[in-house]
Design a protein around this ligand. Structure first.
Ligand SMILES: [Mg+2]
Length: 331
């Protein structure tokens, strides 16, 4: 990337009306791309920066498995995203109580990974519309990336409804497990950037309009991490927090010119690698489209769904799910 300005780099990507990816390729790219990022990053969770590029000097890598994960196995990020998708499609719209019930059924079925806060909110016995708020009242810390990580499916579903509606839906789904409005706003921004990317726009150019729709109390902090000159080294929290997670995903998108390299850059940051890569993969997949995701990543991809029988989604099923989500009116 040396010697290339941000603007120059942009024009290498298939953004805008001259792009090659069509709507169907973008919606499938977003959903499959997020799952691929999740599975690719999972073996590197909580590692240091540079571990990924040390193992894969090409910066791209393979679905290697490790840390308890089989090669290509998607984690809680994608599992919860599928639960959201199933609810939206089966209920024909947003029914927060139904999503919460699905989350609960999954949470008590021994998933390999579940966020600490998410687990507490889903198992504390409080009703769906109070559990996260009560948790936040007691703990005062609820700005993890756990609502952002699962947002791609809903972002695809609500894209056609426009900015205001998709951001409103994002906040409501985020609030099921996260009581801190910083997480709601970050998830809302992500929804709007996915919406922009699915229309063929450059999500990086869409950041100012999304920020303008953020709650004023949270706008300054989000503006900082989404600024074009922000670098993951500037983060003031671990990237398991919502701000540096989304900031890092945009940085990965901004500083690379392909789906593969965006994911490699995201995972090489270390830390919460599955989630940073899941968020990066959703955005990059929406930009570059499904054909940009290599078969050596999609072939081993699989998403178990604890609590929902033996159902395991492979890339083809995720693609079909994405097309149904993208076909809806998003109401
Ligand atoms: Mg995970």
């Amino acid at each position: 990337m040396a010697g290339m300005g941000i603007e120059d780099r942009h024009h290498l990507a298939p953004f805008g009306t001259g792009g090659t990816a069509r709507w169907g390729e973008r919606v499938t790219g977003a959903v499959v791309g997020s799952a691929v990022g999740d599975a690719l990053g999972a073996p590197f969770e909580f590692g240091l920066p540079g571990v990924y590029s040390g193992r894969f000097p090409d910066g791209v890598g393979t679905m290697c498995g490790g840390g308890g994960w089989d090669p290509g196995e998607a984690t809680d990020d994608t599992q919860m995203a599928v639960l959201v998708a199933d609810s939206l499609l089966e209920r024909g719209g947003l029914e927060p109580a139904d999503i919460f019930r699905r989350f609960q059924r999954w949470a008590v079925s021994d998933p390999k990974d579940i966020g600490l806060q998410t687990e507490d909110v889903l198992t504390n016995g409080e009703p769906w519309d109070r559990a996260a708020a009560l948790h936040f009242q007691v703990n005062r810390r609820a700005a993890g990336n756990g609502s952002l990580m699962r947002a791609t499916t809903a972002a695809v579903y609500f894209a056609k409804a426009g900015r205001e509606a998709t951001m409103a839906a994002a906040r409501r789904i985020a609030a099921l497990t996260h009581g801190d409005a910083a997480a709601w706003e970050g998830t809302a921004i992500y929804h709007d950037l996915i919406r922009a990317a699915l229309t063929g726009a450059d999500p990086l150019s869409a950041v100012p309009d999304a920020l303008a729709a953020v709650h004023p109390d949270h706008r300054a902090r989000w503006s900082t991490v989404l600024a074009p000159d922000w670098h993951p080294d500037d983060a003031t929290e671990f990237n398991g927090a919502v701000w540096p997670c989304l900031g890092s995903a945009l940085w990965a998108l901004r500083t690379t010119d392909s789906f593969e390299r965006a994911l490699g850059a995201a995972i090489d940051l270390g830390g919460d690698t599955d989630t940073v890569a899941a968020v990066t993969g959703g955005l990059a997949g929406a930009c570059y489209g499904l054909p940009s995701i290599p078969a050596r990543w999609t072939t081993p991809l699989h998403v178990p769904l604890p609590g929902f029988g033996d159902r395991v989604l492979r890339a083809a099923e995720l693609g079909a799910l994405a097309r149904k989500l993208g076909a809806g009116s998003g109401t």
